[in-house]
Design a binder for this molecule. Structure first.
Ligand code: CO
Length: 169
């Protein structure tokens, strides 16, 4: 397979609730690889399965700490708890060129199944915690623009409409 096509905002698949992954088959492993390849090439720091048109409960993340690869593959992930909300600018591969400030937890405890099948619990913070929250949101059909004030959200929708009209989306 290799690089996958990234679905942009406006496609209904981004709003669907995903299905849990019951078994980590060779196909699932291949999908994780392809999603990572697609994310690195974009480039981006996170990608959820719905963003490549697949309604499955999986996302990949790598914020490249110290510029080195450190990929996370999260299967059936869940945020258990979070603390200390703060605002940070975010983007999304399904919203090219759009960046907005979003309020999220600084620290989150999450659980997920690794690609080897092991269920783990982690505590992450800072930028990585933001990525966890953003990507796990995708798996519930939630997008970062949903957090914006209505007036700001309207401006973003208008900009996207303008770009779609100009075949620039
Ligand atoms: Co996103």
């Amino acid at each position: 397979m290799g690089k996958l096509k990234i679905i942009k905002y406006g496609d209904n698949v981004l709003r669907q609730q995903v299905k849990d992954i019951d078994e980590i088959t060779p196909e699932i492993k291949q999908l994780a690889k392809d999603m990572l390849e697609t994310m690195y090439a974009a480039p981006g720091v996170g990608l959820a399965a719905p963003q490549v048109g697949i309604s499955l409960n999986m996302c990949v993340i790598d914020i490249l700490p110290d510029g080195k690869k450190n990929p996370f593959v999260l299967i059936n992930p869940k945020i258990i708890s979070g603390e200390n909300k703060e605002e940070m600018e975010e983007g999304c591969l399904s919203f090219p060129g759009i960046f907005e400030k979003v309020k999220r937890y600084h620290t989150v405890k999450a659980e997920y199944t690794e690609i080897n099948g092991r269920r783990v619990e982690v505590t992450v913070e800072g930028f990585l915690a933001k990525a966890f929250q953003h990507e796990i949101d995708h798996l519930h059909g939630k997008l970062f623009i949903d957090y914006l004030q209505p007036w700001k959200r309207k401006l973003v929708e208008k900009e996207i409409k303008r770009r779609k009209k100009g075949n620039n989306w």
